[in-house]
Design a protein around this ligand. Structure first.
Ligand SMILES: Cc1cc2nc3c(=O)[nH]c(=O)nc-3n(C[C@H](O)[C@H](O)[C@H](O)COP(=O)(O)O)c2cc1C
Length: 346
């Protein structure tokens, strides 16, 4: 199914976020270990999105981080106008200091992570843990707001109880504290994507605030994009894993029939190879190999026999071996899955 012309027009309509304007309403969500500088360069090759988010960056590290050495706090100058840096941390003043560095470097804006529910982050009192203490979460947004004039956005999830009213209340708190936009992922912490997201809660959050709300969670195809927008009334859509799997999709969705990149085996092979080149250009060989293998799992989820491809990539000892796996797999003109293989997609 194609995106309807009305929805395409909507996705291409710029949206005001604080004092700046994002050129489109399709966002590429932050993903730790994945939305690094190499992946973002691949995405930029295709385009079609409004904003891209970095991996979550530790607020403690950011003020002193050297972008030449950091794996996560690293960027290409040309991507900054559409790039939001996501920060996580437990302390409002440390977050504010990190936000000042982000703003000084020229990012589009700062995003605050209140969604991550992995134990390593939550036990330090950061990420979704802060949703247990709404006062502290609000104070953190207010501190970051006060520290910078660039857009301040918040990404959060339903909370620790399945309570849409609580999520709407949290949205109001973030808005009152000075957030310029919200990305809302309607799942309870610590659910790591096992149950379906409750999209109907996105509508509740949207109704609660005047700032833009981007819906997030299991948008995998054109029909999902349209259904999320039409059923929730949200202002835009944030996509995560499907962008890893099919980086060309934002371009296909927003440019319309015939105007996006021609989708087929040549494109898939190009992506697999280009990603390798970009990893090598941006990272040391060991990191490039490790990060490529992680990404390949999501990329493989788009193919009918992707598990075989993914296992072969995982077993490859070096970059030459990976290139041989890619050549062999695409020589067979592999079949695409209509929806990603969820066993590879967790
Ligand atoms: C591997 C992985 C890493 C993620 N890392 C982050 C992160 O650093 N910050 C964040 O706010 N969300 C993170 N998320 C959550 C995603 O941004 C998104 O909310 C989630 O994947 C649901 O969207 P999707 O169904 O479109 O993938 C991560 C998700 C995945 C799969």
């Amino acid at each position: 199914m194609n995106i309807s012309p009305e929805i395409r027009h909507f996705l291409n309509t710029p949206i005001r976020i604080g004092g700046r304007s994002a050129p489109g309403r399709l966002l590429i969500a932050p993903m730790a270990g994945y939305t690094h500088v190499a992946f973002r360069e691949l995405m930029a090759h295709f385009g079609g999105y409004g904003l891209l988010f970095t991996e979550m960056c530790s607020a403690k590290a950011v003020p002193h981080e050297n972008p030449k050495h950091s794996l996560v706090f690293r960027w290409r100058r040309e991507e900054l106008p559409n790039l939001v840096c996501q920060l996580f941390g437990a302390d409002a003043s440390i977050m504010a200091e990190a936000a000042r560095r982000v703003a000084a470097e020229g990012f589009f804006g700062v995003d605050i992570n209140f969604g991550c529910s992995v134990a390593a982050v939550c036990k330090r009192g950061a990420g979704a843990a802060l949703l247990k203490t709404p006062d502290r979460a609000g104070a953190m947004v207010a501190a970051v707001r006060k520290a910078v004039s660039v857009p301040v956005t918040v990404k959060y999830r339903t909370g620790w109880a399945d309570d849409p009213g609580g999520a709407a209340e949290m949205a109001r708190r973030f808005e009152d504290a000075g957030a310029d936009a919200l990305t809302f992922h309607p799942r309870v912490a610590p659910d790591r994507r096992t149950r379906p997201p409750r999209w109907e809660y996105i509508g509740r959050v949207k109704e609660a605030v005047g700032i833009p709300v981007f819906g997030n969670g299991e948008v995998f195809d054109a029909e999902d994009v349209m259904r999320m927008l039409q059923t929730t009334g949200c202002d835009g859509v944030s996509i995560g894993r499907i962008a890893l799997s099919s980086p060309w999709l934002p371009a296909v969705w927003t440019r319309g029939p015939g105007a996006g990149p021609p989708v087929g085996n040549d494109l898939y092979r190009f992506c697999a190879k280009r990603m390798m080149d970009l990893m090598r250009a941006h990272f040391e060989p060991v990191t490039a190999l490790r990060r490529y293998k992680k990404w390949a799992l999501f990329f493989a989820a788009g193919f009918r026999f992707g598990h075989r491809f993914s296992a072969d990539i995982r077993g490859a000892k070096d970059i030459d071996a990976i290139c041989a796996v890619i050549d062999k797999f695409f020589a067979g003109d592999p079949e695409r899955n209509p929806r990603p293989n969820m066993h590879l997609f967790r």
